[in-house]
Design a protein around this ligand. Structure first.
Ligand SMILES: [Zn+2]
Length: 162
C-alpha cells in the first residue's frame, strides 16, 4: 500500500468508504438508486420497497451529517430508530418522510464547506458498514442489507451516547 492516495482510492472524509472515481461520495446515492430502479419494480410489497428506500437514503445521510442541519440530523436519527422498531409507523407516514430525499436534502441542507462537522463534533468518520458494502452485495439482498446498514449505523452512533 502506497501512502499516496489517488482519486478513487482515497477515503470519504465522512463515511471512510473508498470514494468513487469522480471523487464525490454522493455518487454512491445514485448507485443505490440504480439498484432500487432495477429491483423495486419487481417487489410486490410496496411497503418493503419504501422502507428499503428510506433506510438507504436516511442512513447515507446519517453518515454524512456535514450536509444537514443539527435538527435534521436528530430527526433522521430518530426516524430511522422508529422505522427499525418492532412496530414501525405505517406506509403513509413513511412516504411523507421519504418524499424529497431522493433529490438530495435540499430543505435541510446546511450552508457550510464540504465535510464541515463543527455542528456534530463527535460524529464518527468510520462506520461498521457503508454504502459501498451495500452496493457490493447482490441486488436480491438489498432490502435486508439496507435495514442491516441502518441498524449498524444507529449502533455506531449509540456507542457515542445520545
Ligand atoms: Zn462518504
Amino acid at each position: 500500500m502506497s501512502e499516496h492516495l489517488d482519486e478513487g482510492t482515497a477515503p470519504c472524509s465522512e463515511c471512510g468508504a473508498v470514494l468513487p472515481a469522480g471523487g464525490d461520495c454522493w455518487d454512491r446515492v445514485h448507485e443505490l438508486l440504480e439498484i432500487e430502479a432495477r429491483l423495486l419494480p419487481g417487489i410486490d410489497d410496496v411497503e418493503t420497497g419504501m422502507r428499503a428506500h428510506y433506510f438507504a437514503i436516511a442512513t447515507y445521510q446519517l453518515q454524512h451529517p456535514s450536509r444537514l442541519t443539527t435538527a435534521a440530523v436528530a430527526q433522521l436519527r430518530d426516524g430511522v430508530r422508529r422505522m427499525l422498531a418492532s412496530d414501525p409507523p405505517p406506509i403513509d407516514h413513511l412516504r411523507r418522510q421519504v418524499r424529497g430525499f431522493a433529490e438530495g436534502p435540499r430543505r435541510v441542507t446546511r450552508r457550510a464547506s464540504a465535510g464541515d462537522r463543527a455542528h456534530v463534533p463527535h460524529w464518527p468518520t468510520r462506520w461498521t458498514m457503508t454504502a459501498t458494502d451495500v452496493i457490493g452485495r447482490p441486488d436480491a439482498e438489498y432490502a435486508d442489507t439496507v435495514g442491516d446498514w441502518a441498524r449498524r449505523t444507529l449502533d455506531d452512533l449509540d456507542g457515542l451516547g445520545p
